[in-house]
Each structure stands twice: as C-alpha cells, then as structure tokens.
Design a binder for this molecule. Structure first.
Ligand SMILES: Nc1ncnc2c1ncn2[C@@H]1O[C@H](COP(=O)(O)OS(=O)(=O)O)[C@@H](OP(=O)(O)O)[C@H]1O
Ligand SMILES: [Mg+2]
Ligand SMILES: [Mg+2]
Ligand SMILES: [Mg+2]
Length: 407
C-alpha cells in the first residue's frame, strides 16, 4: 500500500520561506511551544508570540533534519549488513567503470522511501547518484530481488513503518525518484547513497551523505559514517582495535554541527580544530590516488611546514572527521577532466562550515550548489579552519603555479 503512494517527482518550486533563516536557539530538541505559553499573557500577546514562533519554526528545518537522520541511519543499517557479508555478485560496474553495489541501490531506495514517508506534505525532489537503468535489464533480476529483500528486511527489523513488503517495481521507482536536476529554486534533497563505494568494497570507510538545498543553498546535512571510530582518527592518535565505530554527523544552517553514535546515544556539539600554526596541522586526502593528486597535496603541505603524514581515508568521512578536529586540512585536487558532483560535497560542506570551518575551491570561492548536479570548481576543493585558510590559499596558489610552469 505504502509504496504505491510513492509520489511522482515534482519540479514545482517548493519553498515559500525567506532565503536566510536565522540561527536556531538550540538543537537537537525541537522548540517547545508549551514552554512559551504563559497564563499571564493577554490573548493579543499570545497571538503575537505564537505568530513569532510559527514564523521561527517555518524558518527551521527541524522536521527535515529529523527525517534525514532517520533515513541515513536506516540506510547505514542496510549498508553495514551488506558490507559484513559482501558477495562478489553484490558488486557491479557502471558504464563509467566505477563500482556500484546492491547496498548503493538499497541505500538510495531506502532514503527516498523514508523521506517521502516522513515528509508526506512536502513535494519531493531528489538529486541522487544512482539510477535504475542497469537493474531493469533482464540479467539483473536476481540482483534486484536481493536489493528488494535487503530493503524489506531493514524496514521490518526497524519496525517504524507499517508497510506491506515493497515490490521490485516499488524499489525501481524509489531509486528513480533521485532523477531531479536540482538547481537554484525550490528545495532539493541531495544524496550520495554510498560515498566511497571503493572503500565500502575494500571494507574501509564510506558514508551515506544526505543534504537539503533550499534556493540553491545547503541548509542541512547528514553524514552517516558506519566505520568511523567515535574517537579521533587524526595522524597523532593511536588506533585501537577496541575503538567503537559508527558516527552520525548532522547540521542545520545556523545551528552548529553535532555528532552522535549511530547506535542512538545522545549527540555532542563538535568544532573544527582551533590550531593556528600550520606546522601543527595534519591533513586528509582521498585514499584513491586516482581521485586526487597526492603529489600536489604533499607540495602544499611542505610549503605549510606540515610535519604529519597525510591521513588517507575514503569518502566524506573526511569532512566528518575534520568537523570534530581530527585533522586541520582536507585537500582534494581531481585529475584533469573530472567534474565534481554536488552529492560528493553538499552534506560534508555544511557539516564542516557549521562546525566553524571553511570550504572553498582552490581560488578561494565558496562552492556553488545551485547549478544543477555538477559543481564547477577552480582546480580543486580545500577545507580548513578560518585561521589557517589565508596561509593555505597562498600555499595552494603557489604550488599550483609551480606545477603548471613545470609542465
Ligand atoms: N576521477 C575522479 N576524481 C575525483 N573524484 C572521483 C573520481 N572518480 C570518482 N570520484 C568520486 O570520488 C568519490 C569518492 O570520494 P573520495 O575521493 O573522497 O574517496 S577515496 O578516498 O578516493 O576513496 C566517489 O564517490 P562514490 O562514487 O560515491 O564512491 C566519486 O564520486
Ligand atoms: Mg560519492
Ligand atoms: Mg556513491
Ligand atoms: Mg559512485
């Protein structure tokens, strides 16, 4: 029944909200209306106060954040189950030769399903990485059935939704509701169902990355990182095999960034590192050398006097780790010809900026998520705290110029 209700994608602009929401008073608890009412207030004052509150809550994204956390957490459960017992037949290759697994598809369908269930009154637009094209082919029917069973099992063990089982057709439709193009008007969800699929297949780091754009601006972001230790992974920290893993980072515009264990324990507010001396900094970069020029990063690090070796991990887990101060810098310089996609950065970007960090391209410009599914960046993406950014930009500029002139 439920799945038949999956709504057809709407391109109608959704937002009637002002463009710049004011900071919230608190998170993660939703604002309590009851606490604001007073018997001594006149009816007129009550009306004014309630108007103010409703104006305030119309500026907030609490409902959407709640839905996004729920969706990403359930998707994480599905991914963990698959990663634990990954079969060769679970891994496929897309037309661009990049890997995709049953968990990428399952995560995308599940997130789409949960968002529509949790926010039934909002029109739904989703820009997501995967599509159902390959799953509709005759030789993919077993894979599609496996994905459908994974989703149904995950929903059944969670028990939040009273749904009859999803059919394979429901799953295909849920995956394809991620076909929106995004853009500068209205609201669009942005999803990377598994960011770092190569890391996922290797048994390493990956993230479920979900963000909401409103009028082209990222207004909330959730990063579920099932394999990220709850304690620091910085270059100076000793890794212990006893470290508990599984982090959920979440941010809402103007409200800071929080991290909570994926097991549901309470959240804590996180901040980027406060270090000001670049020699004390450590930096993150892609695990895969094909995704980022490691030689350029090491030239920049050398210029900054960075002593620590790079911390190489997959996915937007790098943004999450940076938001809690595990390292000070994230450097990403894709090879020539690669175009960055919004789902690879939207959630990570707000998680870091709300934790006090700065995310720009190599020329110092903020990332513009309003141009559809691609991000047009100058040379690469750099991330650090406000104090270190001027020195980092200078080192990046000089190193890029030196590399270009040596060619
Ligand atoms: N050639 C190239 N250059 C740059 N980036 C690329 C390239 N190819 C892929 N990708 C994207 O990289 C995403 C994985 O993120 P990372 O690069 O941070 O992870 S990794 O450390 O390299 O595994 C990865 O995201 P997923 O596809 O979601 O895994 C890709 O979107
Ligand atoms: Mg990705
Ligand atoms: Mg992905
Ligand atoms: Mg991919």
């Amino acid at each position: 029944m439920a799945i038949n209700c999956l709504r057809v994608l709407s391109k109608i602009p959704l937002s009637t909200k002002p463009k710049s929401p004011k900071p919230h008073l608190s998170l993660p608890q939703p604002l309590s209306l009851c606490g604001r009412r007073s018997a001594s207030l006149s009816l007129g004052v009550v009306a004014a106060v309630e108007a103010g509150i409703s104006h305030f809550s119309s500026m907030s994204y609490d409902k959407e954040l709640h839905a996004a956390k729920k969706a990403a957490s359930l998707a994480a459960t599905l991914c963990q189950k698959v990663q634990k017992e990954l079969l060769k037949s679970d891994i496929h290759s897309k037309s661009d030769k990049s890997p995709v697994t049953v968990a990428d598809y399952g995560s995308q369908a599940l997130v789409s399903f949960v968002l529509e269930r949790e926010l039934p009154t909002e029109s739904f637009s989703l820009v997501a990485e995967e599509d159902s094209g390959d799953l509709r082919k005759d030789d993919a029917q077993e894979t599609l059935q496996r994905i459908t069973a994974l989703i149904n099992d995950t929903l059944a063990s969670d028990g939040s939704y009273t749904v009859s089982s999803l059919t394979t057709e429901d799953v295909l439709r849920a995956i394809d509701s991620g076909k929106s193009e995004g853009g500068s008007s209205g609201r669009h969800w942005v999803l990377d169902p598994i960011d770092g699929t190569k890391g996922f297949v290797r048994g390493d780091q990956y993230a479920i990355a979900l963000a909401l754009l409103d009028e082209g601006k990222v207004v909330l972001g959730v990063l579920a990182c099932p394999n990220l230790p709850l304690t620091s992974i910085g270059s100076d920290t000793k890794h212990s095999s006893h470290n508990r893993v599984g982090c959920l980072f979440f941010s809402q515009i103007g409200s800071g960034t929080y991290m909570q264990p994926l097991d549901g324990s309470p959240p804590v507010k996180v901040h980027v590192t406060a270090i000001e001396n670049s020699e004390e900094a450590s930096f993150f970069e892609s695990f895969e050398a094909a995704h980022s020029k490691h030689d350029l990063s090491s030239a920049i690090a050398k210029k900054l006097g960075v002593k620590a070796p790079p911390v190489r991990i997959d996915s937007q887990a790098k943004y999450g780790a940076l938001s809690r101060g595990d390292g000070a810098i994230y450097l990403r310089f894709p090879h020539k010809g690669y175009r960055e996609k919004i789902w690879d950065h939207a959630a990570g970007c707000i998680v870091v900026t709300e934790a006090g960090g700065v995310v720009t391209d190599a020329g110092g410009k903020p990332l513009d998520f309003s141009k559809g599914k691609y991000l047009d960046v100058d040379t690469g993406i750099i991330v650090t705290n406000q104090k270190l950014m001027p020195a980092l930009l200078k080192a990046v500029k000089e190193s890029v110029e030196e590399k270009t002139s040596s060619l």
